[in-house]
Ligand binder design. Structure first.
Ligand SMILES: Cc1cc2nc3c(=O)[nH]c(=O)nc-3n(C[C@H](O)[C@H](O)[C@H](O)COP(=O)(O)OP(=O)(O)OC[C@H]3O[C@@H](n4cnc5c(N)ncnc54)[C@H](O)[C@@H]3O)c2cc1C
Length: 399
């Protein structure tokens, strides 16, 4: 496998690096390092403005085909874009779900009208999207969705509840999986609808998190409405669309996570030098292990991408996505634990103001990374996939 970049790719790296250097200055300079998991509330309006600045210069939806408003970058150039973006500490983007999930799904499954209606506004960062899959009784077991929709003339009418809906309080639209065939079971009779959030029938209730912020929400639909033609795929056949969208979740941008992780790791090493923890042989050992494991994680991600680029998903017998998820999520959790050990007893204290409390970077990393092994498919679910689909072990009993 050749993991070196071509001359053209190297020139592209210089182009995006130079652009970021010239643009993350002046009023934008304050946005360096702002936002990200557990910190999505930080300078949201400013980050939205920055995202629109990226859009004006053609730096949104870089992997989408040119005919849909993207930049048509090759897979490796997308990797370079995300690596350089992370290395420059450019602020976390606010339209991840639109760019990485909704857009590619509409390109693959949407009607020309739906594409014309929504794609330009995702590219321009005019409309933000939330993902309405999970429900109180349907998380890992997504096919148990109970939220319902029925056609009433020219509109769908939706009733039910979604939960853990990230950024619904900041978004204009949500894509939902709903049951449109009464009495249907499991993945039959589900439809994939696009629903405007700003309407009387939708109530968004933020959920307070361990980290103090409220990045996700409960979303209640009580007679909520959306146009009849805003169903992606055929009514009652939304499951393949919903699964197709999850396939895009394992996008190129996940590779750039390892750049962010490398920076976090360097921060923990610096902290260890400051606190003297670096002299503790057990902690040194753990830091060295984390360093080696991060390199392995990055190499594994590159291998997975190169096999996708080669037209197959054959890396690790088709289980590359599940293995990558397991590896990075557990690595990141261990980093959070080691950061707390390095910080020592002080890591147990937080500055309280009223009922709120301020966390430092390492406390937030430790607490937020507990979620890493849950979202995007929990550890247990990934292990089931590997056991049953890759290793061919007997299927677990299902109720
Ligand atoms: C930070 C964060 C952001 C999220 N954002 C969104 C979002 O924007 N939109 C959205 O729709 N959802 C979102 N989710 C929800 C996420 O997809 C679900 O939390 C996840 O699918 C797990 O579902 P659950 O919480 O219902 O847990 P459950 O499915 O009830 O699982 C509970 C526990 O049982 C285990 N388990 C479940 N089934 C099995 C099995 N068959 N075998 C072995 N163990 C099993 C799980 O691994 C877990 O440990 C988010 C979650 C988090 C943490």
């Amino acid at each position: 496998m050749d993991l070196s970049y071509s001359e053209q790719d190297q020139a592209f790296r210089v182009e995006i690096r130079t652009w970021l250097e010239h643009n993350l200055t002046g009023e934008w300079a304050a946005l360096r390092g702002v936002g990200g998991p557990g910190r999505d509330h930080e300078m949201f309006e400013e980050r939205l403005a920055w995202n629109r600045h990226l859009a004006v210069h053609g730096w949104t939806c870089v992997g989408w085909p040119v005919e849909h408003g993207g930049r048509g970058l090759s897979l490796w150039q997308q990797v370079i874009f995300h690596e350089e973006y992370a290395s420059a500490q450019a602020p976390a983007r606010v339209n991840h779900l639109g760019e990485e999930l909704m857009g590619p799904t509409l390109i693959a499954f949407g009607t020309p009208e739906q594409q014309q209606r929504f794609l330009p506004r995702i590219v321009a960062v005019e409309e933000l999207w939330a993902q309405g899959y999970s429900e109180p009784g349907a998380g890992s077991d997504l096919a148990n969705v109970q939220t319902k929709a029925r056609l009433d003339g020219e509109e769908w009418v939706i009733d039910g509840q979604k939960v853990w809906t990230s950024n619904a309080h900041l978004s204009q639209w949500v894509f939902v999986i709903v049951r449109t065939e009464p009495g249907s079971q499991r993945h039959h009779g589900l439809s994939f609808l696009l629903v405007p959030l700003d309407q009387d029938g939708v109530e968004v209730r933020p959920i307070e998190q361990l980290t103090g912020g409220s990045e996700f929400n409960e979303v209640f639909f009580t007679g909520a409405r959306t146009d009849a033609d805003l169903v992606v795929g055929e009514p009652g056949k939304g499951w393949p669309v919903a699964m197709g969208l999850l396939g895009f979740e394992r996008g190129v941008s996940t590779l750039a996570q390892t750049v962010d992780y490398a920076r976090e790791f360097a921060g923990v090493v610096d902290l260890a030098k400051q606190t003297g923890a670096i002299d503790d042989p057990v902690l040194r050992d753990r830091l060295a292990a984390l360093s080696a494991e991060l390199e392995v994680t990055r190499a594994f991600a590159l291998r997975g991408l190169s096999s996708v680029e080669g037209g197959s998903d054959s890396a690790a017998g088709g289980g590359a996505g599940s293995i990558f998820k397991l590896v990075w999520a557990n690595w990141h959790q261990r980093l959070g634990e080691v950061a707390m050990q390095v910080a020592g007893p002080a890591s147990l204290l937080a500055l309280a103001s009223g009922t709120a409390y301020d966390l430092d970077e390492w406390q937030r990393l430790f607490l937020f990374s507990r979620a890493d092994t849950i979202y995007g498919g929990s550890d247990e679910v990934q292990k089931n996939i590997l056991a049953e689909r890759v290793l061919g072990l007997p299927k677990e009993a299902r109720g």
